[in-house]
Design a protein around this ligand. Structure first.
Ligand code: ADP
Length: 356
């Protein structure tokens, strides 16, 4: 009975806290101006009214203003707690058997990793999510038994790399996406580590981060050129009615969305950026197709969307954080990210209304 009440309450919160418009949400988050930006005289081009929780305006280079509206806007002052408070209703649905994908999209340096991973003092969505998942599995333990597993992978140049294998500096067996008999997508051979606590998740994430850095001369550089995916598999069994569920929660730190000038890059960088463009636009196309309820969803156009096929669409919940920089120096990329996000959400934007 408690479980039923809880699940009704969650449903109510879900409808209330986040306006229910299908299963796709887009949140925008703007980081603060950095010390370097302040000392180099950059100003903020982002305007918002803290009372208006979903709108923002960008002052374009020609001084015109462009208005954007998302499911929520987080300004530079908004804490990790505030961000998670709006994220958690999506997260809890994974325990009810729904697949959930949370993405961070944006130019390198806009806070994708800060939002997802966070820092030790300022934990991000990944940690808080897992903490919440463990808390809820304990709370429901009188009727439900859950088993949790984590996998960590990276998609770089359309190749999948398992980040939880031992001796990851050895050449890896090629990982491929296979369709199961039930029509879902699997990656045979991918390590799934059973976890019993957030500490254990953290230990696995450290293994993954170390493996990620192996073989790259500049780990930061590489991390901005590849998509990093944390998958939490939740297996649930209700021992009152025997019902079993299996769902995935994907926490995805996407590769930097910045455009790379063709003249600035060597062959390798150009190839990387073509792969990134291809997969980010494939992701945009898939979410857009889902939001506009098109019948054909082009999942097969990239490894990323193919991998997430069974977790995007249908009953699945999708949340995208569009991360932006407030700096006047980045306004071009900021507008690109916001346009991408608006298209994904199926919202068209006109010029900003005149402000009094
Ligand atoms: P990305 O992953 O998009 O490349 P990072 O997460 O590495 O960006 O963020 C770039 C820098 O900005 C980091 O030093 C990070 O700590 C800081 N930062 C990002 N978002 C915020 C925020 N909301 N508040 C404070 N600092 C932030």
């Amino acid at each position: 009975k408690k479980y039923l009440e809880e699940s009704l309450e969650r449903k109510r919160l879900y409808n209330e806290v986040i306006e229910l418009k299908g299963n796709i949400r887009v949140f925008c988050r703007c980081r603060p101006l950095s010390q370097e930006e302040l000392s180099s005289g950059s100003s903020s081009v982002v305007e918002f009214d803290p009372a208006q929780e979903s709108e923002l305006r960008i002052i374009c280079s020609d001084s015109s203003k462009k208005q954007f509206k998302f499911d929520h806007f987080f300004g530079p002052q908004d804490s990790q707690e505030a961000v998670f408070a709006k994220t958690s209703p999506v997260v809890t649905s994974v325990l009810d058997g729904f697949n959930v994908c949370i993405f961070a999209y944006g130019q390198t340096g806009t806070g994708k990793t800060f939002t997802m991973q966070g820092t030790h003092e300022n934990r991000g969505v990944n940690y808080r999510t897992l903490e919440e998942v463990f808390r809820m599995t304990n709370e429901r333990s009188t009727t439900l038994r859950y088993e949790l597993f984590v996998s960590m992978l990276e998609v770089y140049n359309e190749k999948i790399r398992d980040l939880l294998v031992e001796n990851s500096d050895q050449p890896q067996k090629k990982l491929e996406i296979k369709q199961t008999a039930e029509g879902t997508q699997e990656v045979p051979g991918l390590v799934e580590a059973r976890v019993y606590s957030t500490d254990e998740v953290w230990a696995q994430l450290n293994v993954g981060s170390q493996n990620r850095a192996v073989g790259s001369t500049n780990a930061n550089e590489l991390s901005s050129r590849s998509h990093s995916l944390l998958r939490v598999t939740v297996r649930g069994e209700n021992f009152v009615n025997g019902q079993k569920t299996k769902s995935y929660l994907w926490l995805v730190d996407l590769a930097g969305s910045e455009r790379v000038g063709r003249t600035e890059v060597d062959g390798e960088r150009l190839k990387e950026s073509q792969f990134i463009n291809k997969s980010l636009s494939a992701l945009g196309d898939v979410i857009h197709a889902l939001a506009s309820k098109t019948s054909h969803i082009p999942y097969r156009n990239s490894k990323l969307t193919h991998l997430l096929q069974s977790s995007l669409g249908g009953d699945c919940k999708t949340l995208m954080f569009v991360q932006i920089s407030p700096s006047s120096a980045d306004v071009g990329e900021t507008l690109c990210s916001l346009n991408f996000a608006s298209r994904v959400r199926g919202i068209e934007h006109g010029p900003a209304r005149k402000q009094a």
